[in-house]
Ligand binder design. Structure first.
Ligand code: TYM
Length: 333
């Protein structure tokens, strides 16, 4: 049976990349009737330093972001990772399956650890084994993510395959990454060669999900572009990363393909296209930002949703963990 799992780190402001690459796609898939679990991965967040009160706030705000994006906590299971201990229990087994050499090749580790890898936390190095545990402890079959998570998904499959091979079993299914749509890699508004990210020091590089209408519109008007008008076919975007990014953002927000956007907008100057994009972004994002603000007035309700979601998640994870320990040879009750 199909089952969807995905996670987002509560490690700073949610941005348009998280919305188009993840949250919006989760919401669009909600009514397909597949059991879906979405996790605030707070244990992943602390692989780099987090101020405790900020982390608590960010976890609640991320949950509000899910709900404001259209996810219904009755239809989907929304929970935070640290309330389901099976994730870390499974991760230990995977720490013993995964190889040092696999981990060293992870580009996210290399990016985040920077030049001084000796000073990175052990948790940052082992991050992908915990991520594999997140997915496999539910026997999830489909994992919707942005393009930057592709390598981690491949490692998850490697871990599942090695476990199955070593223990001569077919216990773990191979999860499929789902990387679909026009905006699975949203780039910085200041530099079309860098992805939009919460760690970019320039706030003008991204649209935050908590930005108000004026801020959203100003950031789009100031986005970097080249002097040419939009081309009349997709090939004309080659070598124009900033133009391509704005077209993809338009496509993602409007539920169109990039081709369809070019068919409609080809030949227009940015002085014409940007105000249209700004209006579209404001009309889609400002209501979400307002709803997040409203939900954050009632943190106790958010905590109750996470608590209930964690109970539902544990019901699925506990028997799968128990069976895993049994396969490995642990004596249990
Ligand atoms: P995180 O928290 O960095 O990002 C959450 C989701 O947003 C997507 N995303 C983007 N999509 C398009 N353009 C961008 N600029 C952009 N930036 C981020 C990410 O691809 C992701 O889908 N390791 C994961 C969290 C995680 C997870 C998991 C995901 C932990 N366990 C299990 C799936 C399954 C991460 O750091 O995502």
């Amino acid at each position: 049976t199909p089952r969807v799992f995905s996670g987002i780190q509560p490690s700073g402001d949610l941005h348009l990349g998280n919305y188009l690459g993840a949250l919006k796609r989760f919401a669009d898939a909600q009514d397909r009737g597949v059991q879906s679990l979405y996790c605030m991965v707070d244990l992943h967040a602390i692989t780099v330093w987090q101020e405790p009160e900020r982390l608590r706030h960010a976890t609640r705000e991320l949950t509000a972001g899910f709900i404001a994006s259209g996810l219904d906590p009755e239809k989907s299971i929304l929970f935070n990772q640290s309330q389901v201990p099976e994730h870390t229990q499974m991760a230990w087994v995977f720490n013993c399956v995964a190889r040092m050499g696999w981990m060293k090749r992870m580009t996210q580790f290399k990016d985040k650890a920077g030049k001084n890898a000796e000073n990175a936390s052990l948790g940052l190095f082992g991050y992908p084994a915990l991520m594999a545990a997140d997915i496999l402890v539910y026997h999830a079959t489909h994992v919707p993510v942005g393009e930057d998570q592709k390598q981690h998904l491949e490692l998850t499959r490697d871990i599942a395959a090695k476990f199955n091979h070593d223990y001569e079993t077919e216990f773990f299914p191979m999860p499929e990454p789902v990387i679909e749509g026009a905006a699975t890699r949203v780039m910085s508004l200041r530099d079309g060669s860098k992805k939009m990210s919460k760690s970019d020091p320039s706030d003008m590089s991204r649209i935050n999900m908590t930005d108000d209408a004026d801020t959203i519109s100003r950031k789009i008007r100031k986005a970097k572009t080249d002097p040419e008008p939009l081309p009349s076919d997709l090939g004309g975007l080659d070598g124009r990363p900033e133009a391509r990014n704005l077209v993809n953002i338009y496509a993602g927000l409007a539920d169109m393909s990039a081709e369809a956007v070019i068919a409609e907008m080809g030949g227009r100057a940015f002085s014409e296209f940007k105000p249209l994009l700004a209006d579209l972004a404001v009309s889609r994002m400002a209501p979400i930002s307002e709803e997040m603000g409203r939900l954050m007035q009632e943190p106790a309700e958010i905590d109750a949703i996470l608590c209930r979601g964690s109970d539902r998640a544990r019901e699925i994870a506990a028997p799968i963990l128990r069976k895993t320990y049994d396969i490995v040879g642990m004596v249990g009750r």
